[in-house]
Design a protein around this ligand. Structure first.
Ligand code: NAP
Length: 261
């Protein structure tokens, strides 16, 4: 049995939609006090209201993680509302499709600023309260795309998701003397509002390429984050957990077909 996380103060960046909302729900259902951060106020307010209606303690702050001042205000808001910060889930990220031949400097910078710099500002802003908690946890949402796989249109995105892990491996050493662990979850294909809009045929085709035979649920990522935030994961730092239903493992589609007989 894991030690309860009830009452702990948790920030989830990008918690208004998709995976972040799923992470926020898992923590809220476990009794944590959750602050979600996003740019769109209406979306963040709606998500906080929906998650609170389920009995959770969830509020929101409007913040753009690309801006250092916003990240600092986000951290200050959590301290003000919850009395501190125990867990930062640095999840906010974007994945616009752009082929290499069409890539502009603005395309590249937007993805790097959001996914890499936004992660760094979020972590930096939370360091002092995470240290004060005595059991600070950072959980970064990276991806299989970049660190392990590639996908046409996502060279900038893949670079940003791999960069998050490079950041992690030094950040965790700097954070260790402060009693803070930092780890990353690498999702495969996860069912979010965006993916649902791709249609049943696309989703069935995608599910067929995954050994466990289904697209992941946002709660699958939330549960991995909850584990990394637990007291019992206190000796794990600088590590990654792939949560992809085995997607990256088959050497070929034939290998997958052979397993299914
Ligand atoms: P999503 O549904 O588009 O949600 C993205 C969230 O991030 C929203 O809450 C969005 O709110 C917020 N956000 C975007 N830019 C922001 C900024 N500059 N400042 C603050 N918040 C910002 O995306 P998702 O699919 O859940 O992806 C979440 C994370 O999981 C990303 O890091 C992504 O790389 C990773 N991931 C996703 C998948 C997948 O299958 N979906 C797979 C692997 C990894 P606003 O727009 O209101 O700011």
């Amino acid at each position: 049995m894991f030690t309860s996380i009830a009452g702990r103060s948790v920030i989830v960046t990008g918690g208004s939609k998709g995976i972040g909302k799923g992470i926020a729900k898992v923590f809220a259902d476990a009794g944590a006090q959750v602050l979600i951060a996003a740019r769109d106020e209406a979306g963040a307010a709606a998500a906080a209201a929906e998650l609170s209606a389920g009995g959770g303690s969830v509020s929101f702050v409007v913040a753009d993680v690309r801006q250092r001042e916003d990240a600092q205000r986000m951290a200050a808001t959590a301290v003000e509302r919850h009395g501190g910060i125990d867990v930062l889930c640095a999840n906010a990220g974007i994945f616009p499709d752009k082929r290499l031949t069409e890539m502009t400097e603005a395309d590249w910078d937007l993805v790097m600023d959001t996914n890499v710099k936004g992660t760094m500002w979020s972590v930096q802003a939370c360091i002092a309260p995470l240290e004060a908690s005595g059991h600070g946890r950072v959980v970064i949402t990276s991806s299989i795309t970049g660190p392990i796989t590639g996908y046409p249109g996502w060279s900038h995105y893949g670079a940003s998701k791999a960069a998050q892990l490079g950041f992690l491996r030094t950040a965790c050493i700097e954070l260790a003397p402060k009693g803070i662990t930092a780890n990353a979850v690498l999702p495969g294909n996860i069912m979010t509002e965006g993916l649902a809009g791709m249609g049943d045929e696309y989703i069935e085709g995608m599910a067929g390429s995954i050994p466990l035979g289904r697209i992941g649920d946002v709660a699958d990522i939330g549960h991995a984050a909850l584990f990394l935030a637990s007291d019992e994961a206190g000796y794990i730092t600088g590590q990654t957990i792939v949560v992809d239903g085995g997607q990256v493992l088959p050497e070929s589609l034939e290998a997958l077909a052979a397993a299914r007989g």
